[in-house]
Design a protein around this ligand. Structure first.
Ligand code: 1GP
Length: 257
């Protein structure tokens, strides 16, 4: 057997997340460099870190400049301790300065490019810079959202959770290590409870849910349905105080020891 074949080693950021998840659900904060100036992003990042958010994700559907990503993430990293994970819309969102990248495939896109094309183009850069890549299956619900339009997603019926379950199971069998149910930034409602429950009860890898979660009650509903990781973006700019309460609510589900 070739000596270059090794068992899969989970990186530092993924280990940190898995360890946190042992004690219950966690919150992550999404910052979009296209909509938040870096100074404001630093303020928000500091605030969510001290409120108990577990990581910062950086991304947005319209990022086109690797230089901007570099600067944004270098500045964030100087100001906070929690991990900064790239949430890439495309190859140009990659930077070597983050702690990790969600190495994601948009499973229900009709475009080859979003399923494996961008990933293939990004892979040499990731290898060259030894960036921690965390395999993530991304399932996007169709709606009036940028990610749904740009990602050219196939419709997933809300009243047929078995379709989403089938995608999520396929993701697990293909070796993805996280599944993300994306309602889309600014969606009027989060992904529905019956879908989250059905997926959670079918898979054994962590379940991330994001999009449209802007109140404590909605966050609670998503957690009660079984999400392991809740991602919020918009609320950080809209109402930082409400975001603090939302994070506190999620953390109240965590075991203290
Ligand atoms: C992360 O796209 C979401 O998955 C963020 O959505 O901006 O609606 O919180 P919001």
């Amino acid at each position: 057997m070739s000596s270059s074949i090794r068992t899969i080693k989970v990186g530092k950021t993924e280990s940190y997340l898995l360890e946190k998840l042992q004690k219950g659900p966690i919150h992550m904060t999404l910052l979009d460099p296209e909509s938040i100036p870096v100074d404001r992003a630093v303020e928000i990042a500091r605030m969510v870190e001290s409120s108990g958010s577990s990581a910062i994700m950086v991304g947005g559907s319209t990022i086109t400049s690797q230089n901007e990503m570099d600067e944004f993430i270098i500045t964030l990293k100087k100001n906070i301790q929690i991990p900064v994970i790239i949430f890439p819309n495309n190859v140009q969102a990659l930077t070597k300065h983050a702690d990790a990248v969600w190495y994601m495939s948009l499973l229900n896109s009709i475009e080859w490019y979003y399923i494996i094309g961008a990933q293939m183009q990004a892979a040499p850069f990731i290898k060259k810079h030894q960036i921690e890549a965390i395999p993530l299956a991304y399932i996007v619900f169709r709606g009036d959202t940028a990610v749904s339009a740009i990602g050219r997603v196939l419709p997933i019926p809300d009243n047929h959770p078995e379709v989403v379950v089938a995608y999520a199971l396929a993701a697990e069998y293909l070796g993805f290590r996280f599944v993300y149910l994306e309602g889309g930034s600014g969606a009027p409602e989060p992904v529905s409870s019956n879908v989250i429950k059905a997926v959670k009860s079918s898979i054994n890898i962590p379940l991330i849910v994001g999009g449209g979660i802007r109140t404590v009650e909605k966050a609670q509903q998503v957690i009660d349905s079984g999400a392991d990781i809740i991602v919020t973006g918009t609320i950080a700019e809209e109402d930082p105080d409400r975001l603090k309460s939302l994070i506190a609510k999620i953390n109240s589900y965590r075991r203290v020891r």
